[in-house]
Structure formats: structure tokens, C-alpha cells
Design a protein around this ligand. Structure first.
Ligand SMILES: Cc1ncc(COP(=O)(O)O)c(C=O)c1O
Length: 416
């Protein structure tokens, strides 16, 4: 699409945006501006206005029914996580039996590594992103150590291209092929948290499988942002959080995907808890663990209902809008923002995110990035700062308008 550098052009795009009414369903933080420009949904998504109501239904259930709320009412607590399954399956392109809402992101990553990082003989290496989010890095290094391996030589980071940030799928495939039968696991994000580069899941998974490695993804920057087809792409496992693009609130319930090809496999090691055992026998308090024949076997504990309720409220909006329409708008929105940045700010900063991306754009400044973040937030425009010198901005298809993108770039220009 050909964009124009004007507010009237942005307003015109807003007027034909069929998802524009969703913005009213979110609470924007108060600021000096009449409408706060919120471009940090990649860090913490905005609160859906109806979310407190959905959560408070569970406070009411607790106060009125006590322990019996596990079994009574429209949304009994015992199977509560199942009320999220259909929505999560749609967002991830999975079968219902392959997705579950549970725990937190790094916890789920460890649980998956227990099952899918099984070093044997010379097949010990884990390939991760360059600029991996620190928690992912700590997780794989500690898993290597747990297996008695030297973490520094076991965990291999992707080598970036000349820009020092992005990699590119051809290079990823080459690096996987070079590691060959030494490679036990490829673990990438879906979009890198620092460069915004998108890693094509199907191609990476195919390349990993070709050398006999497992392949898993951290979808912290993927779920709710991109259209996913985890089942079809034969991904072994995936994990995600819900407080970013999924707007379920700080520390919200995370999720996990395990491909159905692994469900019945008794040789897969797994850390187990009573929520993973056959539901019909759970309260028989048997000594024997009988895994649920789905990803639910990976559940450990009875889950936090208030967190699940918050996530359920937010997922209702994704169900209403549909991820295909959201992604289509998101591509246009991010394309427009990238165009405005290139047109107006190219002499002051560089856009490092390639066109293969989700909604987040990463801008590199030679100096003053941290100050810029502070200035912008003070003016009512939320952007965030990450070392080294990177400002991240992400328009969200659910609540960002094309006019917001125009206003943001104008403010960035003035602040710079
Ligand atoms: C890519 C990535 N991995 C891991 C984490 C850590 O998540 P948590 O604190 O929910 O375990 C984050 C959080 O922002 C992240 O962006």
C-alpha cells in the first residue's frame, strides 16, 4: 500500500478501519494528552474495561459459594482453564488438546526444556537467538548445567548479519545445518525482543527437524501479534506470556503448546504434579500418575483463578475481532508507522527492525534514548527503552489508530 505523510491520510485510514471501535474497550493511562499514545503493548498491554467485572464474578463466587465454587456456577473453578482453551487454540493455530493456560513464562520454558532438551552423546547443543531475552538465556544455561554440561560451549547464539542485530532465515538455516548432529534443540523467539525481527516458524522448525533436533518457540512477542499455525508447522513446543499482546494484566497467566505427536509418548521425561494426572482420578488421591493425554499433562498445580479470569476477559476481545483481521490491520498500521519514521526521523535515528516483523519497531539512537523515553512518557506518549540505545514502539491493532501513529512520530520529532 502507498502511504502519505499527513494527518488527513491517517484519519482517512481510521475512518475505513473496521476494528476501530475496539479501542473504546480499553482503559488508556491518564496523561497530559486527551488521548494517551500507548505504544508499549509489547511490554504490558492495556486493560480491557470489562476485565474487572469478569474477575469480580470470581470474587463473588468465592464469597457466596466458598469451596463449592470449584463445582458450581457457569464457570466452575475445577475446569476453569478449559474456558480459555478454544481461544488460545485459535490464536496459536493449534488443536484444543495442544494448548493450556498455566504458570508463568519462564516456568513453562523450564518445564518444556525438561521434556525437549535431552542431550545425548554428541547431540548436546542448544541454538538460541543473539540478543536473547536474559530470562531465556538463564533458563537454557541452567538446564545445560543441570545436565552436567559446560553451559558456555553448549548454548550457541545465532550469529547476526553485518548490522549486528538481525539474522535472516537463510543464515539461520545455514547455522542449523552447520551444527548438524550436535544440535539437540533450537529455541527461538517469534519476534526478537530487541530487534523486532520475525523468525518464520515453519522454516526454522523444518531446518531443525532435518538435522534431528527438537524445535521450540518463545511466543512472548508472537501470540496475539502474528497469525500462528503451530500444529501445521510441526513445532514441538511453545510457551508464551499473556501480559503483553494478550492484555491479561501484570504477571498474567502464561501458556504452553505441545504438539499432539508427543502426547502419548511415555519416553518423554516430564516434571509432574497432580493437575496433570487423569482428571477422573485426581481426587482419588492415587499414588500412580496417569498423564492426561494432552498438553494438560504438563500442568502442575491448581491454577490461579483470578488470573485465568483476567485472561479469559481479554481473550473474548480476540475472539470477537479474530486474529486474521487483527494481523491484517497490524501489518498496515506498522507499515504506516515505519513509513512515517523513515520519512520524518531518518536523520535522527535508524529503524533496525526488518520488514519481516510483527507490530514492534525498534529504533536505534546514538545517544539520548533513555532521556527520550522519559520525555515522551511525560508528554503522554508511551514508548520504551532497552539497552543499548534502543527505543521500542508497537502499535496494537486492538487499540491503536493510524492517527495515533502520526501523532507519535510528530512528538518523537519534536522531542528529538
Ligand atoms: C522474550 C521473553 N522471554 C522471557 C520473558 C520473561 O517472562 P516472565 O517474567 O513472565 O517469565 C520475557 C518478558 O518480558 C520476554 O519478553
Amino acid at each position: 500500500m502507498k502511504f502519505e505523510n499527513s494527518l488527513s491520510f491517517a484519519k482517512n485510514l481510521d475512518s475505513i478501519d473496521e476494528l476501530s471501535s475496539f479501542s473504546n474497550k480499553f482503559a488508556f493511562p491518564k496523561s497530559k494528552r486527551e488521548r494517551t499514545l500507548y505504544f508499549t503493548g509489547h511490554s504490558l498491554g492495556l486493560m480491557p474495561k470489562h476485565l474487572p467485572q469478569i474477575v469480580s464474578e470470581e470474587f463473588t463466587a468465592w464469597s457466596e459459594k466458598g469451596v463449592e465454587a470449584h463445582f458450581l456456577g457457569e464457570h466452575p473453578w475445577l475446569p476453569y482453564h478449559e474456558f480459555l482453551t478454544g481461544s488460545l487454540a485459535k490464536l496459536t493455530g493449534a488443536k484444543n488438546s495442544e494448548v493450556v493456560a498455566m504458570n508463568t513464562l519462564t516456568t513453562n520454558l523450564h518445564l518444556m526444556l525438561v521434556s525437549f532438551y535431552r542431550p545425548k552423546g554428541k547431540r548436546t547443543k542448544i541454538l538460541i537467538e543473539n540478543n536473547t531475552f536474559p530470562s531465556d538465556r538463564y533458563a537454557v544455561l541452567s538446564q545445560a548445567r543441570f545436565h552436567g554440561l559446560d553451559p558456555e560451549s553448549t548454548v550457541i547464539e545465532l550469529k547476526p548479519s553485518g548490522d549486528g542485530m538481525t539474522v535472516g532465515i537463510d543464515s539461520i538455516k545455514k547455522q542449523i545445518a552447520e551444527l548438524g548432529d550436535e544440535l539437540a534443540l533450537v529455541l527461538l523467539g517469534n519476534c526478537n525482543y530487541l530487534s523486532g525481527e520475525y523468525f518464520p516458524i515453519a522454516e526454522v522448525t523444518k531446518a531443525a527437524h532435518e538435522v534431528g533436533a527438537f524445535c521450540g518457540f518463545n511466543l512472548a512477542h508472537g501470540v496475539g501479534n502474528l497469525e500462528l499455525s503451530l500444529h501445521q508447522d510441526l513445532v514441538d513446543f511453545a510457551v508464551w506470556c499473556s501480559y503483553k499482546y494478550l492484555n491479561s494484566g501484570p504477571g498474567g497467566i502464561a501458556g504452553a503448546f505441545v504438539h499432539e505427536k508427543h502426547h502419548g509418548n511415555k519416553s518423554i521425561p516430564r516434571f509432574e504434579g497432580w493437575w496433570g494426572t487423569d482428571k477422573s482420578k485426581r481426587f482419588k488421591m492415587e499414588k500412580h500418575f496417569d498423564p492426561i493425554p494432552s498438553v494438560e499433562a504438563w500442568q502442575l498445580s491448581n491454577p490461579p483463578i483470578f488470573q485465568l479470569a483476567a485472561a479469559r476477559a481479554s481473550l473474548q476481545l480476540f475472539d470477537q475481532a479474530g486474529i486474521h483481521k487483527l494481523r491484517t490491520k497490524s501489518q498496515k498500521l506498522t507499515g504506516f508507522l515505519a513509513f512515517l519514521i523513515e520519512e520524518n526521523l531518518a536523520s535522527k535515528l535508524s529503524l533496525i527492525t526488518p520488514t519481516s516483523r510483527g507490530s514492534m519497531l525498534c529504533l536505534k539512537l546514538n545517544k539520548g534514548a533513555q532521556k527520550l523515553e522519559k520525555d515522551m512518557v511525560e508528554k503522554g506518549a508511551y514508548v520504551d527503552y532497552r539497552e543499548p540505545g534502543i527505543i521500542r514502539v508497537a502499535p496494537m491493532a486492538l487499540y491503536t489508530s493510524f492517527s495515533d501513529c502520526f501523532d507519535l512520530v510528530e512528538l518523537l520529532d519534536r522531542s528529538l
